[in-house]
Design a protein around this ligand. Structure first.
Ligand code: R5P
Length: 298
C-alpha cells in the first residue's frame, strides 16, 4: 500500500515536489482556525492501516505544534499504521543545556513531546552541538540527513575559486566536509556570543585567500548576526564580497534584509524552510529517506 502524505500549511511546495517524485497518495484534509484562534482539523481520506507521512518543517514551531498534535491524535483515532514526520528543519535544538540556573532545557522537552506524537522522524542537519546523537533525546527512530553534498555540488558548479569559511568551531563539521567534496580550501573562525543578537567573530590570516571568493557556510541563519559579523571582518580584511550559504533559512525579524545590506554578493539557502533565498533543493534527499523508511515498515 502506498504511503499517504499530509502537508501542514506552509509546506506545500516541498510536499508537491515529494509527491511529483514518489509513489505516494495525497492526503485530503482540512485544517483551519476557528474565529477564536483555535484549530479545526478534519481528515477526509481513508487512512486506516496506512503509513502516513506528515510534512511539517518546524521553523517558528510554537504555532505549528498544536495543529501537528491534533492531526497526529486524529490519525491515531483513525487507526493509521504509522506516522512519520518529515521536518526538514527541526526546532528547539539549540537550548540543549542549562546555561543559567532555572532554565528549561527545551531541546529535551520538545524531543520528548515529538517522540510521543509520531513513530519516526526524518530531518536535515539538526543542530547537534553538545549532543552527539539524536538518540540522546529522541526515543523514536530518527533519520538525520545532511545537505553537505548538495551544497558542495552547488559550490563546485557555481564558485570553483571559493574559499569556504565557517563562522565558528561548531560549523567545522560541515564546512570541512563541504570543502572536501567541492575540492576547495576552508578556514574556521572563532565566535563569542555575548547575547541573542550580540556576536563577536575573529578572522585569522586571510592574505593567502584574497583572490578567492569567500563563501560563508553555516547550518542556521537566524538573527544573521554571526554572518554579518563575519562579513564585516572579511570586508575589513580586504576580501571580496562573500556568498553566504545557510542550510536553514530561519531569518528572524529583519535578518535577511540586514544580511543583504551588509555587503554580501549573494545569499543562498536550502529549501528546508520555504524562503526566497532557496536555491539548493533537498527533495531528493528526503525522497530517498522516505523510501528507506517505507521499506523498513513493510
Ligand atoms: C550556532 O551555533 C549555529 O551554528 C549558527 O551559527 C547560529 O545559529 C546562527 O545564529 P545567528 O544567525 O542568530 O547568529
Amino acid at each position: 500500500m502506498k504511503p499517504i502524505i499530509f502537508s501542514l500549511p506552509g509546506n506545500e511546495s516541498l510536499a508537491e515536489s515529494i509527491i511529483a517524485r514518489m509513489k505516494v497518495e495525497t492526503g485530503d484534509f482540512e485544517i483551519r482556525q476557528f474565529p477564536d484562534g483555535e484549530t479545526y482539523v478534519r481528515v477526509l481520506s481513508d487512512v486506516k492501516a496506512k503509513n502516513v507521512l506528515i510534512v511539517c518543517t518546524l521553523h517558528q514551531p510554537d504555532a505549528k505544534l498544536l495543529p501537528l498534535l491534533f492531526l497526529c491524535n486524529l490519525l491515531r483515532d483513525l487507526k493509521v499504521k504509522s506516522i512519520c514526520l518529515v521536518a526538514p528543519y527541526l526546532a528547539y535544538m539549540r537550548q540543549d543545556k542549562q546555561f543559567n540556573p532555572g532554565e528549561a532545557v527545551t531541546s529535551q522537552y520538545f524531543a520528548h513531546l515529538l517522540s510521543s506524537l509520531v513513530d519516526r522522524l526524518i530531518t536535515i542537519d539538526p543542530h547537534l552541538h553538545r549532543r552527539v546523537s539524536m538518540k540522546e533525546i529522541y526515543s523514536i527512530p530518527c533519520e538525520v540527513l545532511h545537505a553537505a553534498e548538495l551544497i558542495s555540488e552547488w559550490i563546485k558548479l557555481t564558485i570553483p575559486d571559493a574559499i569556504l569559511i565557517g563562522p565558528d568551531s561548531e560549523s567545522e563539521q560541515w564546512v570541512s566536509e563541504v570543502a572536501k567534496n567541492a575540492g576547495v580550501p576552508f578556514m574556521v573562525l572563532q565566535k563569542i556570543r555575548h547575547g541573542d543578537s550580540d556576536v563577536e567573530v575573529s578572522v585569522p590570516q586571510v592574505e593567502k585567500y584574497k583572490n578567492n571568493i569567500p563563501v560563508l557556510v553555516d547550518d542556521i541563519i537566524s538573527t544573521a548576526r554571526t554572518m554579518i559579523e563575519t562579513v564585516m571582518h572579511l570586508k575589513n580584511a580586504g576580501m571580496k564580497p562573500p556568498v553566504c550559504i545557510g542550510v536553514h533559512a530561519v531569518f528572524s525579524g529583519n535578518a535577511f534584509k540586514e544580511l543583504k545590506k551588509s555587503g554580501v554578493s549573494k545569499i543562498i539557502t536550502c529549501n528546508t524552510i520555504h524562503h526566497s533565498s532557496n536555491e539548493i533543493d533537498i527533495t531528493k534527499l528526503i525522497c530517498k529517506a522516505i523510501d528507506r523508511n517505507q521499506t523498513e515498515l513493510k
